[in-house]
Design a protein around this ligand. Structure first.
Ligand SMILES: C[S@@+](CC[C@H](N)C(=O)[O-])C[C@H]1O[C@@H](n2cnc3c(N)ncnc32)[C@H](O)[C@@H]1O
Length: 208
């Protein structure tokens, strides 16, 4: 889907104001595949967490989760969902550029479909992620690749927001890449990410 990026908070609030969950109730499938890499009781940051599906999945697995998103409408849904499930997540309303990115604060950072970021914001975002990871910490990231422009089954519809392995290697030159895999898969993540999709799965480790 294409998005307006001039007023991201209003744009995302309007999208999340529709009844139901835009990205569905299930946690992201890549996160479910790769979460085994996290040590028990990890301190995890979920970036641009949306309606909470990924933060709640990690909290239910016993991790201590902090998460932020620009959309108060999404966060209200997330908090309500957490209360109904009896789970705790420390959600904050913030944009990527407001977030303090405390140094060496997290064992892991999750960044699932954060492709609202244009190249300049993306550079700031990945620098912040790297800073906030502890030595030995993990980044788990999934995004669309440029072939997604043909599928049109989700994502920003802008080539310069999409991921390639080379792009991620360039953003995190010091990372040890435990996984960097392009693949097609059929997503069923609510109404927003549905159908055959061109994906990049990435797990990066910050050296000790
Ligand atoms: C494609 S959704 C993904 C949500 C979530 N990661 C998931 O997988 O369900 C992108 C999210 O980014 C948030 N967002 C957009 N621009 C942002 C910004 N500048 N800072 C923080 N969050 C932002 C939106 O509100 C939305 O929740």
């Amino acid at each position: 889907m294409s998005q307006r990026f001039d007023d991201p908070r209003a744009t995302w609030d309007a999208r999340f104001a529709a009844p139901g969950l835009l990205f569905g109730e299930q946690p992201n499938a890549f996160l479910q595949r790769e979460a085994h890499r996290l040590a028990p009781h990890s301190r995890v940051l979920s970036v641009a967490d949306g309606e909470g599906r990924n933060a709640l999945y990690l909290a239910a697995a016993g991790h201590a989760v902090q998460a932020f998103d620009i959309s108060p409408v999404a966060l209200a849904k997330a908090r309500d969902w957490a209360a109904r499930r009896g789970l705790q997540v420390d959600w904050r309303e913030a944009s990527v550029d407001d977030w303090a990115w405390a140094a060496e604060a997290f064992d892991a950072v999750v960044a699932v479909f954060v492709q609202f970021a244009d190249p300049a914001m993306r550079a700031r975002l990945f620098a912040g992620i790297w800073r906030t990871l502890k030595p030995g910490g993990l980044l788990l990231a999934q995004g669309y690749t440029p072939r997604q422009l043909e599928y049109r089954t989700g994502g920003p519809g802008r080539a310069d927001h999409l991921y390639t392995p080379e792009l991620l290697r360039g953003l995190l030159p010091q990372a040890q890449w435990l996984l960097l895999r392009e693949h097609d898969d059929v997503l069923a993540e609510g109404s927003a990410h549905a159908g055959r999709s061109a994906l990049l799965d990435a797990v990066a480790r910050k050296p000790e």
